[in-house]
Design a protein around this ligand. Structure first.
Ligand code: TXA
Ligand code: MG
Length: 361
């Protein structure tokens, strides 16, 4: 353990390995992998968000993930592999189209839902007979997975219901003292979770939009890809769909509609909140920011241009956490078009808003 301590600093009992430098990555990945093999929980960066990992072969360790996150046990976890060649170890009846998708998009932010092999524990899959799998595209995640020589179950490394973590500090803010270690690989590039795609039995259904778009999937396979309606239905195809997610502490109101009209409506609502003595957080595009510059008691965050939803998505979760840190009473957020990367961003904003969606006519 001494050697391990020599490689890390300790924050509230959690080891923090600085893995940003490629020269030292290998030895830190080996130390963190050893913790995974001992049944400990280790958080690590991926290209999407930070994950909280446990060995798929260790049911007690996987159960601890649910405990420390406060996650409902029927919400299954994604299994992370270091290479596409490990897929047949986890899944059976793998359709030819699943291989085509995996070859094209792995390593990368696409999670495939497949029939599980019988040995994969029910605690990983929320009792379902399917398993969700991906190969992440991040040097630190891949170094950890290779060193561990294990499939690793990993949900996002946040307290359930909170915005997903896109830095090691976000992970520590939620979970320091409750997990063994975090590998700090710097901020995540994509910033929203992977696209979850069900490919079983000839279907092609997006259960959770992500940065791999339905157009890219349909284009590759030359057939239509369905997007499951993201409603709070009692038995959704993906258990995660029924829970409110990604929510900051203050209520978030999401404004949808034609941008000019949205700006006017947001100004009206803002003035009402301010007149009641409340502090407001504003999340608006570069194009709208000017309209909100003259207000007091407002925290303004501009994640990017309307024309670049991927850049806005990359900053979304950090912005929501920042509003919490600045202790705003309410957040007013401008929506975006569901085109391309906008689909995933809009989905996360809707989830953070819950019922507070204002459709501006
Ligand atoms: O980008 C990501 O996917 C990140 C990084 C860490 O890889 N992980 C992540 O995990 O977002 P989590 O647990 O926060 O979200 C997993 C989603 C949930 O909506 C869950 O319900 C769904 O995947 N899921 C997992 N297994 C499933 C299955 N067998 N069938 C349907 N949905 C499944
Ligand atoms: Mg999550």
């Amino acid at each position: 353990m001494k050697a391990v301590f020599g490689l890390a600093i300790i924050v509230d009992g959690t080891l923090v390995f600085n893995a940003r430098d490629p020269v030292v990555l290998e030895e830190k990945a080996v130390a963190a992998a050893e913790l995974l093999r001992q049944g400990k929980l280790v958080a690590f960066p991926t290209e999407t968000v930070y994950g909280l990992g446990a060995s798929v072969r260790d049911e007690r360790a996987v159960s601890r993930i649910f405990e420390v996150k406060g996650r409902p046990v029927d919400n299954p976890l994604i299994v992370h592999l270091s290479d596409i060649s490990e897929l047949p170890g986890l899944a059976r009846n793998i359709p030819a189209e699943a291989w085509t998708l995996a070859r094209r998009f792995w390593p990368g932010p696409l999670t495939l839902v497949l029939e599980k092999k019988p040995w994969v524990p029910g605690v990983v899959t929320g009792g379902l007979d399917s398993v969700a799998v991906r190969v992440p595209d991040h040097p630190v995640a891949l170094a950890l997975l290779r060193a561990a020589e294990l499939p690793v179950a990993a949900p996002s490394a946040n307290i359930s219901g909170r915005p997903s973590p896109t830095t090691a500090d976000h992970v520590l803010a939620d979970l320091a003292g409750r997990i063994s270690a975090v590998l700090d690989g710097g901020p995540c590039d994509i910033g929203v979770e992977s696209t979850v795609l069900d490919v079983r039995g000839g279907c092609l259904r997006i259960l959770r939009p992500g940065s791999i778009t339905p157009q890219e999937i349909a284009g590759l396979l030359q057939r239509k890809c369905e997007i499951v309606e993201l409603s709070a239905d009692k038995n959704p195809p993906s258990p995660g769909l029924k829970y409110r997610h990604y929510a900051p502490r203050a209520p978030l109101y999401l404004f949808l509609g034609e941008p000019g009209k949205v700006t006017v409506k947001m100004q009206e609502e803002l003035e009402t909140w301010l007149s009641r003595g409340k502090k407001a957080g504003l999340l608006v595009t570069l194009e709208s920011a000017k309209a909100f510059s003259g207000y007091r008691n407002v925290e303004l965050i501009v994640p990017g241009s309307r024309d670049d939803p991927a850049a806005m998505a990359a900053r979304l979760y950090a912005a929501l956490r920042e509003f919490d840190a600045r202790r705003v009473d309410v957040i007013l957020a401008e929506g975006c078009s569901p085109k391309g990367a906008g689909l995933a961003l809009l989905n996360r904003l809707q989830k953070a808003a819950g019922e507070n969606i204002v459709q501006v006519e």
